[in-house]
Design a protein around this ligand. Structure first.
Ligand code: BGC
Length: 734
């Protein structure tokens, strides 16, 4: 590779090198304002290195032909896209996938996404998104794996392996792009694109590991984030992109900015376009997404001595290396195969996996008196604004989904249940009473019809329809575009219009099941008190509706566990289980104590803790056992617990292990996830679950940013979620 690229670069003019750094859209779906014009002539002139959001083998072939036949040096183009949770076969939103805690399954979903997208001409995906977020106001919490460092790191790895396979040059793999580097999920106030300001200690221990895990798994590209980090925006942050990423982490792949992130440095206040392009290149950015600041200013900056040829060569080399690794120099058309596009997209197997993944992502939040599963008989009323919309089922960031051919919940339930169950349905309430808010929340074709009558009239009609039914399923919550990019919210309740509907449905006295659609943790205090059964289904992708039927009627036993804490109210945010103790912790089980760390008006507990999720069966945990009470740094310790399925259904359980470092040179979280196992148990069966803890599990970044373990006592917690655990203690000896 080195010799080939040396040879090629020796023939390139400076303009051609700068051209490689230019990533454009050709007019397709965009999240910002600048769209490159004159793409064809730019390709011929060697002014384009990559195109994103262009699909189909025929179109891609045409663009590639311009590059490899009509540009001077015939350098192929790289084709990228946001393939976030599936390509045409859409899987649950990433937060939902995280709720499966099923690593082989997650890897398979990424593999299928890569097969489909590469069959349609693509070779690069802007995924995985691994930004830790502990503030559910932030709409993009839906796109990541939630609040936890360990879980997110494990998932990051699986996604990269799924996309890239064992050989990036194969025609069915995609280059992964880990994003958004870095700390994008810690945006102040949960407002998108907002500032982050964070100690190094927190970064290293809590926020950076998932990016690193993706790189360790071989991710060959990184996307810089929009946000400011401690005073220097990520896309111009030399410490982040060069000192940390290149020097410490030894990353040797491609660094691309987010959408117009170079240009946005102007609004961040770093200078004009020429200046910010210079800063960004010198900080370590190789490729400029959409904004063309590099294309239009770097030559001038070179002539003026503000950037060096070495800077440009470095960036150009990383772009060319990515193309080389993808095998594009060998065969620029290897991803352009119409036959594959016809055969390998939306296959029966892919849809089967999507249905399985959706069913496994659902989290049963409440199931009083075993209200669920339902019997396949009688009349069921499916009421609510989410009941009859196919377009919202794929969830946010599913740009290539076929919205017209995605079944709504009601359509899917009818197709699964046939004539065993009579299904009646009604809108019941508008998504929200405010038409302007509804419009903002249903963009990109994710429409939900409105009824312009007074809310009471709509509710009254829905109640009338429900009177015929034996059971009411309330399909409520967020529309898919109420989460995702630029969809932050300050109120995380189910919108008021729908809440009033739910109250009316509960008042009928009939059994009510809340099927909650959500792209984030929501605040459900009222619902938890008044509705007997709550199934949180996120947005499950193409097969959402069928999977909901599978779970509601007992063909699938829910096993999802929350990857993010559900607070009681927004005022508790940011909220996460792995918090520090403070010097004035609230006494265990106390509601309020004066001069202790708490609130006057609400206790410190979440509504549903991290790792929480019920099953139709019951898992009984035996006593936690450690094989040693102390270990040295070269030793390991075995933790075992027996788990028994003593309920009436076969089912899966996620057995979770947390650690607490009791005394150290610095404060440590009250609990940190360090292991989990998803096990299947037939009813009546039990299993010994075993975890091995080693010194590396006990390490953390100390004040000098050394990754060390410190002798002393540790607590081990094992349980069904982060709150309901048993504990044991051991000591790490010097
Ligand atoms: C988003 C990225 C995405 C990019 C390209 C941006 O607005 O932040 O996640 O990859 O657009 O579509």
């Amino acid at each position: 590779m080195d010799a080939f690229i040396d040879g090629l670069m020796s023939k390139m003019t400076i303009e051609e090198k700068i051209g490689q750094l230019n990533l454009v859209t050709a007019g397709e779906a965009t999240t910002g304002s600048v769209v490159s014009t004159d793409v064809e002539s730019k390709i011929k002139a060697g002014n384009i290195g990559g195109i994103f959001s262009m699909t189909s083998p025929a179109r891609i072939r045409k663009a590639q032909e311009l590059a490899v036949k009509e540009s001077r040096l015939k350098i192929p183009i790289i084709f990228g896209m946001d393939v976030i949770h599936g390509y045409k076969t859409i899987f649950p939103i990433p937060l939902g996938l995280a709720a499966t805690w099923d690593m082989p399954l997650i890897q398979k979903t990424a593999r299928v996404a890569a097969v489909e997208a590469s069959a349609d001409g693509l070779n690069w995906t802007f995924s995985p998104m691994v930004d830790i977020s502990r503030d559910a106001r932030w709409g993009r919490i839906s796109e990541g794996s939630g609040e936890d460092t360990y879980l997110s790191s494990r998932i990051a790895r699986e996604m990269v392996i799924g996309y890239q396979g064992d050989d990036l040059s194969k025609n069915n793999t995609l280059m992964a792009c880990v994003k958004h580097f870095a700390l994008y999920g810690a945006a102040e106030s949960g407002r998108d694109y907002n500032t982050t300001d964070m100690s190094l200690h927190r970064m290293y221990n809590e926020y950076l590991p998932p990016y690193k895990a993706a790189l360790d798994a071989g991710a060959m590209s990184v996307m810089t984030s929009f946000n400011d980090i401690n005073g220097v925006p990520a896309s111009a942050n030399h410490w982040l992109l060069t000192d940390l990423l290149r020097k410490d982490w030894k990353f040797n792949g491609l660094v691309v900015t987010d959408y117009t992130a170079v240009n946005e440095l102007i609004d961040h206040g770093l200078g004009d376009l020429q200046k910010v392009s210079e800063l960004s290149l010198k900080a370590g950015v190789d490729m400029d997404m959409v904004g063309e600041g590099f294309l239009t200013t770097l030559k001038k900056s070179l002539d003026e001595g503000k950037v060096s040829e070495d800077d440009i060569n470095r960036a150009c080399r990383f772009v060319l290396e990515a193309k080389y690794r993808l095998g594009l120099f060998e065969d620029p058309f290897k991803y352009c195969n119409e036959d594959r596009a016809k055969k390998e997209i939306l296959t029966v197997e892919h849809l089967k996996l999507a249905r399985e993944a959706a069913g496994k992502s659902f989290v049963l939040l409440k199931n009083e008196n075993n209200s669920l599963p339902l019997k396949k008989q009688g009349t069921v009323a499916v009421i609510g604004p989410l009941a009859n919309t196919g377009a919202n089922m794929p969830g946010t960031w599913s740009v290539s989904a076929d919205l017209n051919n995605t079944q709504s919940l009601v359509e899917a339930m009818r197709s699964v249940l046939g004539n065993k169950v009579n299904i009646v349905t009604h809108l019941g309430a508008n998504l929200t009473d405010d038409p302007a808010l509804q419009e903002r929340s249903t963009m990109f074709g994710r429409t939900i019809p409105r009824d312009d009558r007074a809310p009471e009239e709509i509710i009254a009609d829905a109640v009338k329809v429900s009177q015929e039914a034996d059971v009411i399923i309330a399909a409520l919550g967020e529309s898919s575009e109420m989460s995702g990019e630029s969809s932050s919210r300050t109120d995380l309740n189910i919108p008021e219009s729908q809440k009033r509907l739910l109250e009316a449905l509960v008042k009928t006295g009939k059994p009510v099941v809340l099927v909650l659609f959500a792209g984030r943790p929501m605040t459900l205090t009222w619902e938890n008190e008044h509705v007997p059964a709550i199934l949180n289904v996120w947005f499950g992708g193409t097969e959402t509706g069928k999977a909901v039927a599978d779970v509601l009627f007992g063909d699938v036993n829910p096993s999802g566990k929350l990857p993010a804490t559900f607070p009681q109210n927004v005022g508790q945010l940011p909220m996460y289980y792995s918090q520090k103790n403070t010097g004035r912790p609230l006494a265990k089980d106390a509601w309020f104590q004066k001069f202790r760390s708490n609130y006057l008006d609400v206790n410190n507990e979440p509504l549903y803790p991290f790792g929480y999720g019920l099953s139709y069966t019951n898992f009984e945990y035996g006593a936690i056992k450690l094989d040693k009470s102390s270990i040295s740094k070269t030793d390991q310790i075995k933790v075992t617990v027996s788990v028994k399925n003593n309920g009436n259904f076969d089912g899966e359980e996620v057995v979770q292990l947390y650690l607490q470092d009791l005394v150290g040179s610095q404060t440590r979280p009250v609990k940190e996830l360090k292991g989990f196992q998803k096990i299947f148990l037939e009813k009546g069966k039990s299993k010994e679950v075993e975890f091995i803890l080693k010194d590396e599990d006990l390490r953390f970044y100390n004040q000098k940013l050394e990754f060390v373990s410190e002798p002393g006592k540790f607590k081990v917690y094992v349980g069904t979620n982060s709150r309901d655990v048993q504990e044991a203690e051991f000591e790490l000896m010097d």
